[in-house]
Write a protein that binds this ligand. Structure first.
Ligand code: AMP
Length: 226
């Protein structure tokens, strides 16, 4: 995680993406993971996978996820610590959904020691988020997150990529979205302030097209890797 070098011998690309649910950070995380050949570590996806698989972890967190509340710091920190020692993180990683609290951010600082970590906030206003979440669907086969043409579209339609069913994530239901946004506002501000003084922190306007966001995010990373 910290000592190894990437294939081009530069420092590992350790990236933390912060942003409200629906800000497009998942999309950006996938692109960064492809570009730098590093794993995309989405704590939400790990937890949802555990719920689907019915593991002990899944049973432990299912209610919390359904409500859109936060899972405890100790559990989350242990989960990420275990993930970041996997060999596939030797060239870096993109963390999506962690840290959500200052306790998690401090724990991550301790895990990384002196390794450079780039923190990028993808900034999108609440009104835009509510609008985006209404049209967000996930394919139950290939797991790709996509946007349907309008929010009133039936909940199930074929995925244009693999033919699977596109379904609204249970925690994308409007009431849960409002709760998740409220939770985000409550917890994200102190986390952002934790990182803001650092030279490796950047804010990117997430209302632009995903391609433009990707260009700005990559430019920030490249500048820091020089
Ligand atoms: P996400 O896909 O990142 O929006 O996460 C979905 C849900 O997983 C959240 O609403 C939380 O219930 C839980 N979760 C994901 N990451 C964390 C975290 N770092 N700390 C606490 N709860 C989390």
């Amino acid at each position: 995680m910290t000592q190894s070098t990437s294939p081009d011998s530069r420092a590992p690309v350790n990236v933390v993406l912060i942003g409200p649910p629906g800000s497009g950070k998942g999309t950006q995380a996938v692109r960064l993971a492809e570009r730098y050949r590093i794993p995309h570590i989405s704590t939400g996806e790990i937890l949802r996978g555990a719920v689907r698989a019915g593991t002990n972890l899944g049973r432990q967190v299912a209610d919390t996820l359904a409500k859109g509340s936060l899972v405890g710091d100790d559990l989350m920190t242990d989960l990420v610590r275990a993930r970041l020692v996997e060999p596939d993180t030797s060239a870096g990683f993109v963390l999506d959904g962690f840290p959500r609290t200052v306790a998690q951010a401090s724990a991550l600082d301790a895990m990384l020691g002196r390794a450079v970590m780039m923190v990028i906030l993808i900034d999108v206003a609440d009104a835009e988020i509510v609008c985006r979440m209404g049209t967000r669907r996930v394919c139950d086969a290939c797991r790709l997150t996509q946007s349907v043409a309008d929010a009133f579209h039936p909940d199930t339609e074929p995925c244009p990529y693999c033919g699977g069913n596109l379904k609204r994530r249970p925690d994308d239901e409007p009431d849960t979205v409002r709760h998740r946004l409220a939770t985000y506002s409550e917890y994200a501000t102190p986390v952002i302030e934790h990182y803001r003084p650092r030279a490796t922190f950047a804010v990117v306007d997430g209302v632009q097209h995903a391609d433009k966001v990707a260009v700005v995010v990559a430019a920030h990373i490249e500048r820091l890797r020089l």
